[in-house]
Design a binder for this molecule. Structure first.
Ligand SMILES: [Fe+2]
Ligand SMILES: [Fe+2]
Length: 276
């Protein structure tokens, strides 16, 4: 795993996941060093050895103090328990729902967890970080993490993309491909965006935009900084106006129903919701 510096005391631990017919989904964790080093997310299970080797090349296990788990999905928790074992001074900071869901798979000592909600703030040494619900997400406990010192928004799954090749910085990607991938990923993780009240959704975009992030670091995208942050927010504001995105399937249910004459007419009693 080839780590790279994103900013002062800030490093990416990058990997990627092939998405059939769409390209590569970046899968990044981040390490914020400083007085009390904080890891944001913990890699994929398939990457465990390489991830941990890369992590411990950047920080001494004895120095790691915080592991922010933005949500419980496997691509954010692959090395979590091994890191806890290796770094006895580190505490998890996550949402209570994420903690419950993590507990389905892992035994996590309650004394090593600090739970937070959207709006919570904590101090990690000389830095203040706050937690925020990002506009798109695929797990109910999802929180973005905002470092007030550097203006970095760690946006979890939100604001990610799918690209033909992974790049470190958005400026290294073709802008059209970046935003096409953005539309795919943000709907793939949140197909419910096609159902939401756009005005209410926009409030969530404004909430993170009003933090005035200097850079946005998605778990699934390259570094976005400067004026491109505005373009990113504008792209997110368009998401609820797009139809839901679905992946390809080997079996087309609708075609199969048509072929067998089994599709119910709209007014067929079998298609009505029963009311009691
Ligand atoms: Fe996720
Ligand atoms: Fe993810």
């Amino acid at each position: 795993m080839e780590t790279y510096a994103v900013g002062p005391e800030l490093h990416a631990l990058p990997s990627a996941l092939p998405i059939p017919d769409s390209g590569l989904q970046p899968v990044n964790a981040y390490l914020l060093r400083g007085e009390q080093p904080m890891l944001v997310d913990a890699g994929m299970p398939v990457d465990r050895d390489a991830f941990e080797e890369a992590l411990w090349s950047l920080v001494d296990p004895a120095d790691l103090r915080w592991i922010a788990i933005t949500h419980d999905d496997r691509d954010h928790t692959g090395s979590l328990t091994r890191i806890l074992d290796h770094a006895p001074g580190a505490k998890i900071v996550t949402n209570g729902i994420s903690l419950t869901r993590l507990s389905e798979e892992f035994e996590i000592p309650r004394g090593r967890v600090v739970t937070v909600n959207s709006g919570s703030r904590i101090s990690i040494g000389d830095r203040k970080v706050s937690f925020h619900r990002p506009p798109t997400f695929d797990s109910p406990g999802t929180l973005a993490v905002f470092d007030h010192e550097a203006g970095t928004l760690f946006s979890s799954d939100s604001f990610g993309t799918v690209l033909p090749e992974t790049v470190q910085h958005v400026g290294d990607a073709d802008a059209k491909e970046f935003f096409e991938g953005f539309d795919v990923l943000n709907r793939a993780i949140a197909p419910w965006t096609a159902l939401v009240d756009a005005e209410k959704f926009l409030r969530t975009v404004h909430a993170v935009s009003s933090l005035s992030p200097a850079r946005v670091l998605s778990a699934h995208g390259p570094t976005v900084e400067g004026r491109m942050v505005t373009s990113l927010m504008e792209a997110m504001a368009r998401i609820p106006f797009l139809p839901a995105w679905l992946p390809g399937a080997d079996v087309d249910l609708e075609a199969a129903l048509d072929a067998h004459g089994a599709r119910a007419a709209p007014d067929c009693p079998g298609t009505r919701l029963s009311r009691r």
